[in-house]
Design a protein around this ligand. Sequence first.
Ligand code: TYM
Length: 351
Amino acid sequence: MRVVSGIQPTGNLHLGNYLGAIRNWVRMQDELEDANRAQAAAGGSADENQCLFFLADLHAISMPHDPAELRRATLEMAAALVACGIDPDRSILFNQAQVPAHAEMQWLLNGTARIGWLNRMTQFKDKSGKNREGASAALFTYPVLQAADVLLYQATHVPVGEDQKQHLEFARDVAQKFNNDFASEDAPVFTLPDPITPPDAARIMSLRDGTAKMSKSDPSDMARINLTDDADAIMKKVKKAKTDPEPLPSEAAGLAGRPEALNLVSIYGGLAGTSVDAVLAEFGGQGFGAFKPALGELMVEAIAPITTRFRALLEDREALDAILAKGAAKARKRAAPTLAATYEALGLVRG
Ligand code: TYM
C-alpha cells in the first residue's frame, strides 16, 4: 500500500479537516506500520507500505496570498499535523515546494489532461465564482497538480473528505489515459489511486449553515471549530450553532430535511467513533439544550490534547524546518523513478 494525501497550508486546521481526513491519515499510518512489521517478520522488506503526507503549498498560490503568511502557515500546519499524530519518523511529511518533481510532473501531465475534464471541476466553479476570467491559471489547472501529487508516488490509497473525490476521479482519468497513450498494457507507468473517505464524517458542515461545508475560507469564525480553539471558544460556538426547535429523532431517517441537526449528530458520531444511529439511540427525544453541552464536552476532550502538543511544537521552529527538510529528502528519492519513467514514456531526452 502506498498512502498519499495533502492539505493546503492556509488558515487553521479545523474539525472538518480532522474528522474528514487527518484522523484517517493517522489511522492508516498506524495500520501500515503493523503491516510492515508483519511483513518484516515474514522476511520481507520492512518499509514496503508507506505513507506520504504533504503540505500543498504549491496549490496555495492558486488564490491571492501573502508570501510571509504562507511561510508561517506552512510551518504551523506541519506542527498541527504532528500534533494530530502524524509521526515524521514513520510517515514522510514534507511540503511540495521542496520537492520539484511535483511541479515537473504537473507539466508532463498537462499534455494528457483534457480541458473538458477541467471544465467540469466544481471546485474551480466555486472558487472562481462570478470572476472566472480573473481567476488564476493555477486555479484552473489545480487538479493536474493534485494528480501529479499522487501519481508521482504510485499512490494506491488517498484518504480525503468528500469534497476532494472529484479531483481523485480526475487523477484516475489522467493516469488511465497516460497509460493507454504512452505505456504498454503489462507495464503501466501509473497506478490508479482509490479515494478513502470516512463513512460518517466525509462532509462536516458549517455550524452556521448545515448546507455549506465547514471551511477555512468561511468569513465567520463561528462557522468552524479550529483545532486551536480553547474550551471556552468551543463551548460558545457549539452553544450558538444553528439548530431547529425540534427534539432529536430516535433514528437517522428522522434527520431528513434537518441539515444542521444531522451535522451536529454526525460530528458527535465522528468524535465518539459511533454511527449516527447509535448517537440517536442515546439522545433521541432530547432537545439541543441537552445535546449541545454533551457535544461541546466531547469536542473539548478530543481537541485539548492536540492544542497542547501544537503549542509546544511551535516553540521550536528549527525542529519543524528539520522535519520538513528530512521528509522532502525522502520524498525526492521516492519520486525519482516515476518521474524518470514519465519523461522516458513521453520521449523526452534528459541527457
Ligand atoms: P484542503 O486543504 O481543503 O483539505 C484537507 C483535507 O480535509 C478535507 N476536508 C473536509 N472533510 C470533511 N468535511 C469538511 N468540511 C472538510 N473540509 C476539508 C478535504 O477533503 C481534504 O482531504 N486539494 C486538497 C489538497 C491536496 C490533496 C492533494 C489531497 C493537494 N494535493 C493530493 C489529496 C491528494 C485541498 O485543498 O484540501
